[in-house]
Design a protein around this ligand. Structure first.
Ligand code: ZN
Ligand code: ZN
Ligand code: FE
Length: 761
């Protein structure tokens, strides 16, 4: 007689909201085992009883055959004495005190659901909220754990009998799909114009599409917030949207029904194709084809377009091809510039009424606002620009265990980070914490994550800058909760984040190139070209750019011509009218600027690499007014000729990198009529050479061989790829971000790690 036994199994990882229990159920049936499975606040617990060999194979198959969107972090199994149970059951969820488990990010619509959506004979034909255990909303609708329907914003929709049957049938692909819905019981569309409900359900969709077709602007309630939608092929519609949104140059994200449509406008590599279609479906930045018929105004002065595919059934229906209907839609975040994206209906009506001609909304509430993620390919790998929908709240593994820390993050492109054991939960994208709305979003986000992941931080980390809203908030919080507050220097945080993502050990030191626009320095100046030697606990500033005044402070990041003139002034180069930034500013502005500089009025000192790129962009006449962060540098990169090998020279002495020679040589080339694309390339190449020589010097002094690159400047792909190539050629090991963006969205992780290490040590 075959031997009988049981097994108790605990699985952690992303195992809820991804069809894990149904999978276990079917697997148990397959091996003819009895027992049960349940979700608890740690993960999934299973007990099975039956033939001993079948039990063993069952345990082996859990990891081998797990559902496509699940991720198993740990699996423990121990044998139990055999018990005779009647069947295999899915038991109600349990909550375990003090335990947490990861929450699945939102998943793009799967191919099965997509097929149903367009199947005339399916009962969910053209129903905009189709989903199943493999797809649909997750993080954006979850209020608390465990992930069960009553704990989501779907709690308001009682299931109809048919849905209930599917939900309860272990063999159905909607078995325990928490957001399950159908036209009879689920959320519905409404079309609103001038605050009046004009149409519902399919009529709402038809009317919204007719508005889009006419060149009007539609506010669309999506998964993690509102989008503003218009015909991307219409120059007028795009101009209208730019005017109303007060967004003059920043590129708009685009959506097309399928990849072949995208290929009409952009080159799509194999990897880019994979990124477009995987379950995260981010916006992918693609190289634009010269023959694309789309207006240049979608992304002025850039060679790229950001495309995504429809990731919800609603987006599929909005984009559905039809003769005369635009093939490509602008799908940009629904906000006034600087504000966080609208996600609550009332708030959307108020903030978007001056932009949108109509609102296509639905009655499934969004619990957490999540922006679209933004990614591109660099050095043959995915490289994030904004990590949000589809990625958060996935945890990032830390190479070491640190005490639980809440890190508030940077002021711009804010995320926050909570750590527990060896996990870092880096939040979705919060935005620029420069106003009350964003600060509120930050506070609400922190509370939500603390509750979801059951984290009670024992310390707080924040930036060094005394005036940041986020830092002030951190101070108050530390005071209220009686928690120690660690101020972490911005560039140390950058490099520490890059180290943590790359699994650096506690003992390791790296050479860090933290190049960005702004970060408050230990001497009170604005830093941004910091060459550091650092480990997790400490950092030493070894080199930086020569300080120059930044006239009018933060405003100079926008008015880049002021930065160019400051560089000229600093180096004693006359403000001749043949230079574009000089010509751009009127005589009055110049004399005001001159007096600011000579009298040191509102002109903090900066070593920012971003501002040096701005100054060069301005000197070349590429950009004089930066209307979004990084515009001047982005446009300078866009014109850089990839086939140019020449460069200028950055001498350095002691710890200062000198800029006079580069600035003078750029001007000489300009006056000699050298094409701007060549000058831009030579300037980029000189930064590459500078990095290689500084890294070489530090290696020979200190014996370090690992180089970490972090900061917004590293979104410059021309610079990134050439720097990596050069450093690799010289035998360096180069670390770049691969889980978080290189910009300030990574700072929270770095703050957390640095604070954690300083607590330990
Ligand atoms: Zn599905
Ligand atoms: Zn139903
Ligand atoms: Fe930064």
């Amino acid at each position: 007689m075959a031997s009988l036994k049981g097994s108790h199994i605990e699985v952690t990882g992303i195992v809820q909201g991804v069809g894990f229990r149904p999978f276990i159920f079917s697997l148990a049936k397959h091996f003819d085992l009895s027992g049960w499975v349940l979700n608890n606040s740690r993960g999934v617990a299973i007990e099975v009883f039956g033939d001993a060999q079948c039990v063993d194979e069952f345990v082996r198959d859990i990891s081998k055959k797990r559902p496509p969107h699940s991720r198993i972090d740990t699996l423990s199994a121990h044998d139990l004495p055999y018990e005779k149970l009647d069947d295999f059951q899915i038991k109600p969820s349990e909550s375990i005190e003090g335990q947490y488990q990861p929450v699945s990010p939102d998943l793009a619509i799967c191919s099965d659901c997509r097929q149903e959506l367009f199947d005339k004979n399916d009962r969910r034909y053209r129903y905009p909220f189709v989903n199943c255990t493999n797809c649909g909303p997750r993080f954006t609708i979850i209020k608390t754990i465990p992930y069960d329907r009553p704990n989501t914003t779907m709690a308001d929709f009682p299931m109809c009998d048919e849905c209930k049957q599917e939900y309860e049938n272990p063999l159905d692909r909607r078995f325990h799909a928490q957001p399950i819905a159908c036209p009879n019981c689920g959320p519905q569309l409404t079309w609103i114009v001038d605050c009046k409900q004009i149409a519902a359900k399919n009529d709402a969709l038809i009317q919204a599409r007719s508005f889009i077709k006419q060149g009007k602007i539609v506010a669309l309630k999506g998964l993690g917030g509102y989008h503003l939608v218009c015909d991307a092929s219409s120059e007028e519609a795009v101009a209208r949207l730019r005017g109303r949104k007060k967004r003059s140059d920043k590129p708009f994200a685009l959506m097309a029904f399928d990849v072949p449509t995208i290929r009409k406008h952009c080159n799509v590599s194999t990897l880019e194709h994979e990124l477009l279609i995987d379950s995260k479906q981010p916006i992918v930045i693609l190289n634009r084809l010269p023959e694309s018929s789309l207006p240049k105004s979608l992304a002025p002065n850039q060679n790229t377009l950001g495309f995504m595919l429809p990731y919800t059934p609603l987006h599929l229906l909005v984009c559905e091809p039809e003769p005369g209907f635009p093939e490509v839609l602008v799908m940009t975040s629904g906000n006034l510039s600087d504000e966080p994206i609208a996600y609550k209906d009332q708030n959307a009506f108020e903030s978007l009424e001056s932009i949108a001609d109509g609102f296509l909304i639905h009655d499934r509430e969004i619990e957490t606002r999540v922006d679209d993620s933004l990614i591109r390919v660099a050095v043959g790998n995915p490289y994030l620009i904004r990590r949000s929908r589809g990625y958060s709240p996935d945890n990032i593994d830390l190479p070491v265990t640190i005490p639980s820390v809440l890190a508030i993050g940077a002021e711009l492109k804010n995320t926050f980070c909570l750590t527990k054991d060896q996990n870092a939960f880096v939040s979705h994208y919060i935005g620029d914490v420069e106003n009350y709305e964003t600060l509120q979003a930050l506070e609400a986000g922190i509370d939500h994550y603390k509750a979801l992941f059951k984290i009670n931080p024992v310390a707080i980390a924040a930036d060094l800058h005394p005036d940041y809203l986020a830092t002030k908030f951190a101070k108050n919080l530390g005071w209220e909760r009686n928690l120690p507050l660690f101020h972490v220097q911005h560039h140390h945080a950058h490099i520490a984040a890059c180290m943590a993502e790359n699994g650096c050990t506690a003992e390791e030191s790296v050479i860090g190139f933290a190049f960005d626009g702004t970060g408050y320095g230990e001497d009170g100046n604005i830093w941004g070209s910091e060459v550091l030697i650092c480990d997790y606990a400490h950092s030493d500033r070894i080199y930086h750019l020569d300080y120059v005044p930044q006239p009018s402070g933060d405003a100079a990041a926008k008015h880049v011509s002021r930065m160019a003139l400051s560089y000229l002034w600093h180096h004693g180069i006359p403000w001749d009218e043949d230079l574009p930034p000089v010509a751009y500013l009127c005589a009055d502005e110049r004399s005001m600027l001159n007096s600011m500089l000579t009298n040191h009025i509102n002109s903090p000192l900066t070593s920012s690499m971003g501002r040096l790129f701005d100054a060069v962009s301005s000197l070349l006449g590429v950009c004089q007014l930066s209307t979004y962060e990084g515009q001047a540098a982005i446009e300078l990169e866009a014109i850089a000729d990839p086939n140019v090998a020449g460069s200028y020279c950055f001498p350095f002495d002691r710890n200062i990198i000198r800029t006079k020679q580069v600035i003078s040589d750029v001007i000489i080339d300009c006056r000699a009529g050298v094409p701007r694309g060549i000058i831009a390339a030579k300037f980029h190449n000189s930064v590459v050479n500078l990095i290689a020589s500084l890294a070489g010097k530090i290696r020979s002094d200190k014996g370090l061989n690992k180089v970490a690159l972090s900061g917004g400047v590293w979104q410059n792909i021309y610079l990134l790829e050439r720097t990596i190539q050069k450093l690799n050629m010289e035998g360096f090991q180069v670390l770049i971000h691969n889980k978080l963006p290189a910009n300030d969205s990574c700072v929270s992780l770095g703050q957390a790690v640095v604070a954690g290490f300083n607590m330990k040590g």
